[in-house]
Design a protein around this ligand. Structure first.
Ligand SMILES: Nc1ncnc2c1ncn2[C@@H]1O[C@H](COP(=O)(O)OP(=O)(O)O)[C@@H](O)[C@H]1O
Ligand SMILES: O=P(O)(O)O[C@H]1O[C@H](CO)[C@@H](O[C@H]2O[C@H](CO)[C@@H](O)[C@H](O)[C@H]2O)[C@H](O)[C@H]1O
Length: 481
């Protein structure tokens, strides 16, 4: 295997043409394929790296491939910028039964004619090879396997592919490490590596510290392609845990408070180590314009949203009004896509935050911009609401109790209770609920009533916190008189 990881790169120009008809059929069926609903019109090769040579028992290729797609399912329509996907393709004479779920197809012509190609992340030898490359700090063509200083990786850990629904693909090694291979990749700094590395430097142990990562200098661009981190053994995610407690009729307040503290620990460390900025009138105006734009687009797409649009606009207008009065807010790097499914709790009761990629559909530059930390808080508050709606029979007040506990835990560590800035919180909760309405209408129409019930509450809300809430001074900085 160590011979394989030092092999020099050879690109295979004929390879993609021979895979083209198979990938057209296979790629859109993958959970992580981001362009669902638009036919793939062709592929172009960004980079090909041969990890094991063709013609042997097993050939292995690392590919970055652009999938060109029509803008709408109308033939001849103009094309959007094509997404680039990371693929690890194996070729064998035939697949053993255990690899049946990995099948891409049988190649008819070209350099691999007669061979069977498959998603090699399902296979032991290719995934062992990746870990070995990370362990030894290999360079293979433009691929760079890097290890964090002082981190050791034991050899011989047994790999298994994580089969749950994911936006990317992950392999667990001997319950010791988990390697996330990013599927849709863009050049530049990936926050899923950048932020956990920054947090590790800062000594924040609410996030698994990256042990190693796969980077690449390919076709003139640099990429982050994968991150290896310690596997939190026996962990359950916050969504599973919340549903479990709900099914037992138990409240989740202590766990929500601890999660609030964990979120604040992460925010505080990020604010210490990465730049923060002040958002004044102009920046808040832009932020509000973005929120209003998303509302208008969502109301176009989902008619059920339209009756609430005036009330929702008022949530955004209230924020613009505060900014016009001279209020300012601090923005910093945040998680960017926080919900219960992004939090793991270890059997010892420790919370961990994972998946710092931000909303993958947003451009990288936007995902890396400083934002008010309340945005993460709003995401988590929405999640408690979602969990409560899954309970049958519903437990009155369950979500409110969690939401309050989460905010008070957050305040314990950060010194700022998010509820003291109700206008900002309402604006972000509204923005998130609108996003969820579109998401559910597209992906899970049965779930649409969940965000819609929040929409009806938020549209009617005046933004005033309940009088029983103990308040610390409001968090927007008000102009001096
Ligand atoms: N460090 C970890 N320890 C244990 N399980 C993890 C760890 N990181 C991720 N996971 C598991 O893998 C799943 C997917 O990870 P995530 O980073 O959210 O990937 P994606 O971006 O593909 O959604 C998580 O929901 C969790 O179950
Ligand atoms: O996990 P992803 O980054 O792919 O996020 C998408 O899918 C989520 C659902 O899996 C969706 O989250 C919404 O539903 C969750 C319950 O299933 C809930 O906990 C979240 O609060 C709610 O937003 C997310 O919006 C979407 O981007």
């Amino acid at each position: 295997m160590s011979k394989a990881v030092t092999r020099t790169l050879t690109t295979s120009p004929g390879l993609l043409a021979s895979l083209d008809p198979l990938l057209r059929e296979w790629l859109p069926r993958q959970r992580w394929f981001a362009g669902k609903g638009r036919p793939v019109t062709g592929f172009s090769l960004v980079a090909a790296t041969e990890l094991l040579p063709p013609g042997g028992k097993l050939g292995l290729y690392h590919l970055l491939v652009r999938a060109h797609q029509a803008l709408t399912p109308v033939p001849g329509a103009p094309e959007q910028p094509a997404d680039c996907y990371q693929l690890l393709i194996g070729d064998r004479e035939a697949l053993p039964p255990r690899l049946a779920p990995a099948l891409i197809g049988h190649v008819a012509k070209g350099p691999l004619a007669g061979r069977t190609v498959y998603d090699a992340l399902y296979d032991t030898r290719p995934t062992e090879l990746l870990l070995e490359a990370l362990r030894t700090g290999a360079r293979i063509g433009g691929l760079r396997f890097e290890r964090a200083a002082g981190q050791d990786i034991r050899s011989g850990l047994v790999p298994r592919l994580v089969t749950s629904e994911q936006s990317n693909s992950s392999v667990v090694y001997g319950d010791t490490f988990i390697l996330k291979l990013l599927r849709r990749v863009v050049p530049g700094v990936n926050p899923d590596l950048e932020l956990p590395l920054a947090l590790a430097r800062e000594g924040c142990d609410r996030v698994p510290a990256p042990t190693a990562w796969i980077g690449a200098e390919l076709a003139g661009d640099s990429y982050v392609l994968g991150v290896l981190q310690p596997f939190v053994q026996g962990a359950a995610d916050g969504w599973e845990l919340a549903l479990r407690e709900l099914a037992k009729g138990e409240d989740f307040a202590a766990a929500a408070r601890a999660l609030g503290r964990a979120t604040a620990e992460v925010h505080t460390a990020l604010a210490r180590t990465l730049p923060t900025v002040t958002l004044g009138h102009t920046q808040v105006r832009q932020l509000v314009d973005g929120m209003v734009g998303r509302l208008e687009a969502a109301a176009q797409a989902v008619p059920a949203l339209r009756p609430y649009a005036p009330g929702l606009r008022s949530a955004f207008a209230a924020l613009a009004d505060l900014a016009a009065e001279g209020c300012t807010w601090t923005a910093q790097r945040i998680h960017g896509d926080l919900h219960l499914g992004q939090c793991l709790r270890s059997p010892a009761g420790q919370w961990w935050l994972i998946d710092f990629e931000g909303e993958p559909s947003k451009p990288l530059a936007e995902r890396r911009m400083p934002q008010p930390p309340v945005r993460d808080v709003a995401g988590m508050l929405r999640s408690f609401d979602y969990a409560a709606h899954s309970a049958d029979p519903p437990i009155p007040g369950w979500a409110d109790t969690c939401r309050a506990a989460y905010c008070s835990g957050y305040a314990q560590v950060s010194g700022v209770d998010p509820r003291t800035d109700p206008v900002l919180l309402r604006a972000y909760e509204t923005d998130k609920a609108i996003y969820e309405v579109v998401y559910e209408a597209r992906h899970r129409p049965d779930w649409l009533p969940v965000p819609l019930s929040a929409i009806s509450r938020l549209a009617a809300d005046t933004g005033t916190p309940p009088s029983s809430t103990p308040l610390s001074p409001p968090s927007p900085r008000r102009p001096s008189p």
